[in-house]
Write a new protein. Sequence first.
Length: 73
Amino acid sequence: MTQRTNAATKLQVKVITGTNSQGKDTIATRSFTMNPALANEDILSIGRKISRLQNLPVQGICRQDTAGLAEVH
């Protein structure tokens, strides 16, 4: 059996910082550590509130979950 360990969640707010030589948007990511137990709706709500504080246009809000895997004997 396998078990998840060290679960971590990040809220990522992606902002448009300008354009490159090909005219495509350049993106910077602002990351915030969140409690992994938070529901998607809660993280989106927090992301929207943080987005309103940004001076740059927001390209997107993402949730990133990571965890290690360990074999349980």
